[in-house]
Design a protein around this ligand. Structure first.
Ligand code: 0RA
Length: 652
């Protein structure tokens, strides 16, 4: 049957079938649409719905978005926009609202003028959330009337109905993730709040709130947070820099359109040695960078170099300043809006559009030239910092060459302290990084030497957050880690990327004491991985071992416990089973208090242990946490470590 001959009824049912097929495809292959069906995907549903409201706000029609985690882990997203249109589609024979909610990628079709650039990583739209929800309800408040439609597994339960009159405007979506699809059901407040905070910085002037109806404060109100940023990226950069010491007073900022591409940049220099760049395209964090970042780098280098040369500051320098030197101690956020973004790379978070490089390059040059002109003293500070960085890099290069001549980094010998495993296949091999030589000894005896290797790390490893690069390469514990892992140590000038193709263990497990010191050391090691071996974190290779905290004993029965709750439950049970007396609780403060067999059965045996995988969910948040934890400002660190000492849930 040709298109034109189709009767209206036939067209309707054909369309409905298509819709169902679309939603069924989403339910069959959810990971293709939302990434995965674990914690990431579960939270992605919220972002997808919020993104629609952000779009409405970017179009200038909405300024408040409320997100609520309901007691049963359903989610409600409420905005004060124009409300999704509800008029009947003559061709489709159903409401526009129903089309938006049930047709893949239908979201933007009704408003050609709207400046749509937000939209989740996969840009799949709210219909996808609908397909993956056991129940979803949408309420629209529009032009004095309210409307509603409900769905199960994406299927409408009735046509859109008018429910009354109203004097408010907006759209409210309430959904319950389908637990036959997702492996997890519990929303994490901190994960959602980190994303909403990020969105508030990236979209100034929008108020976002997060309410957790599962938990109340002492005064009986629900746990909640409000995010609002008046100055956008300027405040984002201040937030990211957290406790670092700024070198210049003001955040350097620009916002504007270049070659039709909206570009917003904020940056500041601090006295650290690291580079802290975060880039976004359409509110999506582009972890892998791309053309916008390349444009920024070349614009920054060109402009600063020109200024430094013309000021005469570089005339006596005996070596070239490298690109990296211009970014030492730099904290920067770049946000661009691209109409048709091309995402590339392993995690599809690398911008490919070539035209964006030139636009950002121009924007940076213009912004910086003005700034340097108007702030000669700050300009001098920045140039001095760059020259210092170049000098240190030069020294680091020499230190590295010396280290390499000694032959300890050429992949020949493995570190003497490494107790390697017999297995040669990296995919089957594990490396335990163990705090202290004595616990290292216990682990060596307790392990399964077929596939588990042990590398003891002595005492506190170097705080990489505060050390200069050549110190890091000279540090023995750090060199041992590189050599044991078999990865390169960045010998090539401009290639910072780690070559993990020769990684000798696909599981790297950090095993520290379960006390405040152990937690600190664990954080030091994680910081090192975050700053210098990010590729390992991104590949999901880094884990934390969880030794038990208590042993509750009565007579011959002994039970390991990992939390206070577990401990108390076991004590109660043991007491109930007999007399009050005779129940003995041992608190394990260090790995050293366990014998090899105990360490094996609680912490190392793959069939019984629990490993926590360290991933980078939110790079900006992770960076801030690490710099705070490792920086000079001790009080917040102590507070954080103590609060999280037991199961430090660093959301990274
Ligand atoms: C297209 C057109 C119009 C509103 C929206 C989309 C809209 C979508 C969402 C999704 C969540 N909240 C939303 N709010 C609005 C309205 C066009 C008009 O009124 O002329």
């Amino acid at each position: 049957m040709s298109e034109t001959k189709k009767t209206a009824a036939a067209a309707y049912s054909a369309d409905s079938i298509q819709v169902l097929e679309g939603l069924e495809a989403v339910r069959k292959r959810p990971a293709m649409y939302i990434g995965d069906i674990g914690m990431k995907g579960l939270h992605h549903l919220v972002y997808e719905v919020v993104d629609n409201s952000i779009d409405e706000a970017l179009a200038g029609h909405c300024d408040t978005i409320h997100v609520t985690i309901l007691p049963n882990n359903s989610i409600k997203v409420q905005d004060n926009g124009r409300g999704i249109p509800v008029d009947m589609h003559t061709k489709e024979k159903r409401s526009a609202l129903e089309v938006v909610m049930t047709v893949l990628h239908a979201g933007g079709k009704f408003d050609k003028d709207s400046y749509k650039v937000s939209g989740g990583l996969h840009g799949v739209g709210v219909s996808c959330v609908n397909a993956l929800s056991s129940d979803l309800k949408v309420e629209v408040f529009r032009q004095g009337k309210s409307y509603m439609q409900e769905y199960k597994e994406g299927k409408p339960q009735y046509p859109v109905k008018e429910t009354g009159t109203t004097d408010v405007r907006g759209t409210t979506v309430t959904f319950s993730p389908d637990l036959t699809i997702f492996q997890v059901s519990e929303y994490n407040f901190d994960t959602l709040s980190a994303r909403l905070r990020e969105l508030s910085f990236l979209n100034k002037g929008i108020k976002l709130t997060l309410t957790d109806e599962r938990r109340t404060n002492d005064d009986g109100t629900f746990v909640n947070e409000t995010f609002y940023s008046n100055k956008g990226l300027v405040e984002f950069v201040r937030f990211l820099d957290g406790t670092r010491n700024p070198l210049i007073e003001e955040v350097i900022y620009m916002e504007g359109e270049k070659q039709g591409i909206p570009v917003e940049i904020a940056m500041i220099y601090n006295d650290s040695y690291g580079e802290n760049l975060h880039s976004y395209v359409n509110n999506i964090n582009t972890h892998e960078g791309g053309t916008h970042l390349a444009g920024f780098r070349s614009g920054l280098t060109r402009t600063l170099k020109k200024y430094a040369d013309s000021s005469g500051a570089t005339s006596k320098l005996k070596f070239e300043i490298a690109g990296d030197d211009f970014r030492e101690g730099l904290t920067c956020v770049i946000s661009v809006k691209v109409q048709e973004p091309q995402f590339e790379g392993q995690t599809k978070t690398k911008l490919g559009n070539n035209e964006v490089a030139g636009a950002v390059n121009m924007a940076v040059a213009e912004m910086l030239e003005n700034y340097l002109e108007e702030h000669p003293r700050d300009a001098r500070t920045i140039v001095d910092k760059v020259i210092l960085a170049a000098t240190a890099r030069h020294a680091a290069k020499k230190a590295r060459e010396m280290v390499q001549r000694k032959g300890s980094l050429n992949g020949m010998g493995l570190p003497g302290k490494l107790a390697d495993c017999q297995e040669k296949d990296p995919a089957l091999s594990e490396l335990f990084l163990v705090e202290g030589d004595s616990a290292g000894g216990t682990a060596k005896q307790g392990r399964n030497r077929e596939f588990q290797a042990i590398l003891p790390l002595r005492g506190k490893i170097l705080n990489v957050e505060k050390a200069m690069v050549h110190k890091i390469y000279e540090n023995e514990e750090i060199r041992n880690m590189y050599t044991a892992l078999g990865v390169n140590i960045g010998t090539e000038e401009d290639s910072k990327a780690l070559d993990i193709s020769k990684l000798r263990y696909h599981k790297v497990i950090i095993m520290c004491d379960a006390d405040v010191d152990g937690s600190h050391i664990q954080t030091l090691i994680m910081t090192f991985y975050f700053r210098y071996m990010k590729e390992l974190l991104e590949g999901g290779h880094v884990y934390i071992a969880t030794p038990p905290l208590y042993m509750v004993k009565k007579g011959k029965e002994g039970v390991y416990c990992w939390t206070e709750l577990e401990r108390d439950t076991v004590i109660e049970r043991m007491k109930a089973g007999g007399k009050e007396t005779g129940v003995h609780v041992q608190r394990y403060k260090g790995l050293g208090e366990m014998n090899p067999e105990q360490l094996w059965e609680t912490t190392m045996d793959p069939s019984r242990r629990t490993l926590r995988q360290i991933t980078i969910e939110n790079g900006a948040e992770a960076d801030r946490i690490f710099s705070m934890l490792m920086g000079d400002d001790v009080p917040p660190r102590r507070e954080f470590i103590e609060k999280n000492a037991v199961y430090a849930k660093l959301d990274v």
